[in-house]
Ligand binder design. Structure first.
Ligand code: DGJ
Length: 738
């Protein structure tokens, strides 16, 4: 999978992709290709591919020693600004107040096989993976730069990471160290991003690439509701199954930037990494700094082709593999059922009803600790509220387990309320500037997770509960972004404040690591006011994330569609909530809500006392059916069946060899709808027979060519023939391979 020719050409490849780079005339690394697999390449092929016709005129040359050589128009593996290349570079270093114009030249390489899962920092892993490490040196500045490339046999992706090492005598500062760079020969793509806001996260947004910089970023201390680190460059005529897509994601949860620069020759440079704004890292002799990893994907098979790769990568190389085999429990979460207004009796009553419906885990959300009856108090005081649980939380947990339910518990580990003892005792444990004014969000402060003592205090409090009470599941929430970023701890340590954001997120990962080392069977669900930190860093520890505080099924259609481009169904849970819905006050049928929520890990989040007997029966049946199909719905192959440009009707499928479940959703009914809506199922075996919803038997060949037609008509105008009337409709098909 890694071929090296003449100590000059490096070819990483598997059955589907090739990634190629080489040592250029000036001994720096040049990028040659990323795309469909090229197979074995001879030295003649490689020489041909690397023959370069310089389009640039009148530009600055790199060095008088290499005549007519410029970096201005070169596609580079790891470019530096200011060395005849005026585009943004991937690395910026300084010493005292001086910028360094570095020149990293190739020295050697190393290949390693098998990449272990290491909980100390999120990164891709896999026994079948290979790593190529290229050592570059800048002798003048006494620096070593290590570029790592990882490849796995089954996924069309290259993971990249960078390490800079100081081997000189002076202290240096990293101002910027991007995780990956992808250089493409043209710019005929649309830039696709997953953006939105609280309660409308990760909607698909597209804009054409033009000369200049197009970017998404976060400076909030978390990957954010607003912009996700995932971006894609998509063919302008992309469909669900055709068209090239290059995509990139960062395995990181803090401030990031994902950007594309198109130059005057229309070549494209995509970079992603820690956001250089508000960042620096000081490193002395023999110290190094390592970037988070970034992953680059390629497909020529449109959106479904892309999802095949992103989903497989996340399931097999990011999320802990054990969660592929373990069942995700169907939960009842009490948040929208009770908010803060509960006690043990009220919750037990809900739990008993949940059990009778077939639910498997009771998640006790916010409000169980300190004197928390609203969101202005008690965070950081992780002791049980004895008024709500007079016999303690252990008693409640025992009751749940006696009923045969698992127990999940909510924490917001990174926050503290102003009235909490640890804040009063340690006012310098929060993130705050020495100025008088600083901001509060949701009435709470952010703990200084750059300070290991703070992380340890929270760990001890959580570990005490987890060691004494049987807890199967944690919901780890995070409800405000960081303002006036300043760490009193770093000040004391005489470390630059520019290190704060990265050290904060290292603290978050460290807490995850400690919890999972001591309580390895915990299912930790990530959450940040819904989907404010939905990224590959969190998914490395949390197999699933609460994707949005908007639990309205209709709103979820767009959130799910966007999220699914980058993250598989197994990574987010969907809850059936009450109507009118709490966020948008919309009325939708129970069947619509269940048909949306059943794709992925399923939950319920409503007051079961308010359900009619008929509704309870409907839920029971749904849960029975979900359990039979859970593996398919959580881990099956996912495909979009309708165009992503259509925002009124949605259809998606999960399939295995044996079975396929298709969900069709329509937001608004329209009269006299065109009849081009027959759904073509995915992954059909042309030679097989399929049974559709327990009756019609049809050949794979016919199904593939004619799609799903009779007897289901979705046309809303004709009362005599329409199956689905009115707005907010859905229908589930099940196809069984006979
Ligand atoms: C925000 C979360 O997204 C909600 O699900 C809920 O847990 C609340 N926080 C509790 O404060």
């Amino acid at each position: 999978m890694i071929d090296i020719e003449n100590n000059k050409y490096f070819h990483l490849h598997n059955e589907n992709i090739s990634y190629l780079f080489y040592v250029m005339e000036n001994k720096e690394l040049g990028s040659l290709y990323f795309g469909k697999a090229l197979g074995d390449l001879s030295i003649d092929d490689l020489t041909y591919i690397s023959t370069y016709h310089n389009p640039s005129a009148g530009v600055v040359n790199f060095s008088p020693n290499i005549p007519n050589f410029t970096l201005a128009d070169r596609r580079q593996e790891y470019p530096t600004y200011g060395t005849s290349d005026f585009r943004e570079g991937a690395i910026n270093l300084s010493r005292d107040d001086e910028y360094l114009y570095t020149d990293f030249v190739y020295e050697s390489f190393e290949v390693k096989k098998g990449i272990a899962r290491n909980l100390s920092f999120p990164s891709a892993y896999g026994d079948d993976g290979e790593e190529l490490i290229i050592k570059l040196v800048d002798k003048g500045h006494e620096l070593e730069l290590y570029l790592s490339y990882f490849i796995f046999p089954q996924v069309s992706a290259i993971v990249r990471q960078v390490q800079i090492k100081n081997v000189g005598k002076y202290a240096l500062t990293v101002e910027n160290l991007q995780s990956s760079v992808l250089s493409l020969p043209n710019s005929n793509y649309d830039f696709l991003q997953l953006s939105g806001a609280w309660t409308k996260e990760r909607h698909i947004k597209k804009r054409p690439l033009v000369q200049g910089i197009t970017k998404v970023e976060s400076l909030r201390g978390a990957s954010s509701h607003q912009e996700n680190p995932f971006i894609a460059l998509v063919d302008k005529n992309v469909t669900n199954s055709t068209g090239e897509i290059y995509a990139s994601n960062l395995i990181y949860s803090g401030n990031f930037v994902s950007q594309v620069q198109v130059d005057e020759w229309n070549t494209t440079r995509l970079m992603t990494g820690i956001n250089p704004q508000q960042f620096c890292w000081k490193f002395e002799k023999d110290e190094s700094f390592t970037s988070p990893q970034a992953v680059l994907f390629y497909t020529s098979n449109g959106y479904n082709g892309l999802m095949r790769q992103t989903h497989s990568f996340v399931k097999n190389h990011i999320v802990d593999l054990k969660w592929k085999k373990r069942k995700r429990p169907i939960v009842l979460n009490n948040w929208e059922a009770t908010y803060f207004d509960f006690n043990e009796d009220k919750l037990l009553n809900l739990a008993k009803q949940a059990k009778a419906l077939g639910i498997e885990c009771f998640v006790l959300d916010d409000g169980w600790f300190g004197k928390r009856d609203n969101d202005r108090t008690s965070l950081g005081n992780w002791t049980v509220n004895m008024r709500k649980f007079p016999q303690g939380l252990g008693h409640f947990s025992d009751q749940l387990h006696a009923l045969g339910l698992q127990f999940g518990l909510w924490f917001e580990p990174e926050m503290v309320s102003p009235d909490t003892e640890i804040f009063k005792k340690h006012p310098d444990w929060i993130v705050h500037h020495p100025y008088e004014r600083y901001s509060v969000g949701r009435g709470q402060y952010v703990l200084d997770f750059a300070n290991p003592e703070v992380v340890d205090n929270i760990y001890q409090q959580m570990a005490h509960i987890l060691s004494n009470i049987k807890i199967d599941y944690i919901k780890w929430d995070m409800n405000r972004n960081i303002t006036e970023a300043y760490s009193p701890y770093l000040k004391k340590q005489r470390l630059p404040q520019g290190e704060f954001f990265h050290r904060y997120i290292q603290g978050v990962y460290h807490l995850y690591e400690k919890l999972l080392r001591h309580f390895p069977d915990l299912l930790i669900e990530g959450c940040a006011s819904g989907g404010g930190r939905f990224d590959l860093g969190i998914l490395f520890y949390s197999p699933q994330i609460w994707p949005s505080d908007d639990s309205d099924a209709l709103e979820r259609l767009d959130i799910m569609q966007g999220t699914l481009l980058a993250y598989p169904l197994s990574t987010f849970s969907n809850h059936v909530s009450a109507v009118p819905n709490d966020q948008v006050k919309r009325m939708t049928s129970l069947s619509f809500r269940q048909n949306v929520a059943c794709f992925g890990p399923l939950g319920y989040e409503l007051d079961l006392n308010k359900l009619s007997e008929k509704e309870k029966e409907e839920i029971k049946q749904e849960i029975r059916w979900y359990k039979e199909n859970r593996n398919l719905l959580v881990n099956g192959k996912f495909d979009e069946l309708l165009s992503l440009n259509n925002n009124n009707t949605y259809a998606w499928s999960v399939s295995s060899k044996r079975k396929q479940i298709i969900g069709f959703y329509r937001k608004l009914a329209r009269p006299n709808e065109e009849l081009d809506q027959y759904l073509i199922p995915s992954n059909i075996d042309l030679n097989a027979q399929y049974q559709i919803n327990d009756h019609t038997l049809v050949s794979g060949n016919v199904l593939h060519n004619f799609g799903l037609r009779e007897p289901y008509q979705f046309n809303a105008a004709n009362e005599n023939t329409a199956e689905l009337f009115g707005d907010f409709q859905s229908y589930l098909y099940q196809l069984v391979h006979k």
